[in-house]
Write a protein that binds this ligand. Structure first.
Ligand code: TYC
Length: 98
């Protein structure tokens, strides 16, 4: 827009939109198979990649499943938490600005 162009010309202050990592957190109760299915379903990973991410979370406490715009990251977190709660699992999912 004219306003953005003026901003660019006057001062270099137009920043790209921030990106957010969506990560799963480990817990002692959520079944490994359920976590693999979640990663496949909501983060478009194949079974092998989803298993690697799940095992990394299991071993290290946290694992990044993808990087998204704020709106998409928020929606991913909501879907994962809703699915987990409906299944009765304590799985935690968080977003963090990169
Ligand atoms: N630690 C869980 C178990 O031993 C598996 C697990 C992996 C749970 C990843 C959550 O985000 C998670 N059943």
């Amino acid at each position: 827009t004219k306003h953005d162009t003026e901003q660019l010309l006057e001062r270099q202050t137009v920043k790209p939109p921030p990106l957010y990592q969506v990560a799963l957190l480990n817990d002692d109760y959520t079944p490994m198979e359920f976590v693999v299915a979640i990663i496949q379903e909501y983060f478009n990973k194949d079974r092998e990649t989803a298993t690697q991410i799940m095992l990394s979370v299991h071993r290290h406490g946290k694992g990044v499943c993808g990087v998204f715009s704020k709106d998409i990251a928020c929606t991913k977190v909501e879907f994962v938490l809703t699915h987990a709660r409906k299944a009765g699992h304590p799985l935690q999912c968080v977003m963090e600005e990169v």
